[in-house]
Design a protein around this ligand. Structure first.
Ligand SMILES: [Zn+2]
Length: 120
């Protein structure tokens, strides 16, 4: 019998951070939303994205923007259903600096993303 070595598997938790091309959008949104302390980034299966600024109390601080990278318009599906939750693959909040404390983040996360069914 061979000795089984305990191998520590490192599971890398893919942290959800804004991509370069998303960052530009995020900055634009925050500039136009003085109350915004972060931006919700929702990535859809179809490749379209939704973003909206959130205020300190977890309420939306901007209009919901739906767009598609390097495309003039969003896909036909999204045109019909505005980016249905069924197609959401990832949703997270990109905080603006200075970031709120963990307690505040938790509260806002729960309020903003807590009710959003995220399918993987
Ligand atoms: Zn789409």
């Amino acid at each position: 019998m061979t000795k089984k070595k305990k191998t520590k598997k490192k599971i890398k938790n893919k942290a959800l951070v804004a991509e370069k091309n998303e960052e530009a959008m995020v900055e634009g949104i925050l500039e136009g939303s003085p109350d915004g302390i972060g931006v919700v980034i929702v990535r859809l299966q179809c490749g379209c994205k939704k973003m909206a600024a959130v205020a300190k109390d977890g309420e939306p601080a901007s209009k919901l923007i739906i767009y598609r990278d390097q495309a003039e318009s969003i896909c036909d599906k999204c045109k019909k259903d505005d980016g249905d939750f069924m197609r959401v693959t990832e949703a997270f909040i990109h905080w603006s600096k200075p970031e709120p404390n963990d307690k505040e983040k938790e509260m806002i996360n729960a309020k903003v993303l807590g009710t959003m069914p995220v399918t993987h």
